[in-house]
Design a protein. Sequence first.
Length: 110
Amino acid sequence: MTIDTRSRHRTKADGNVFLDLGFSPREAKRLLAHADTRIDESIRLKKQLMDEITVWMKDAHLTQITAAEVLQVTRPRVSDVVNHKVGKFTIDALVGMLARLGKQVHIAVR
């Protein structure tokens, strides 16, 4: 059996995927705003975690190579942290790095 995997439609970068899925314009706008808020919150949290790792490196006067050894990641991964490449990390991966530093992460849910 062959599965057809060809794309037949793409949502424009400035489009609304919820409209494409058949939601009413009003509901699609609401869903998109909600999704954007959730994405923004995730990015903010990742940047905060990355900042904690970067501050640790600066305070300890560590090179990226030495930090990579402590964090048990590659030097390019440390560079990605320092440069806030949030798309390359999960929150879990960043929390794991901080745990290797002996830092505790507390998340408050409101």
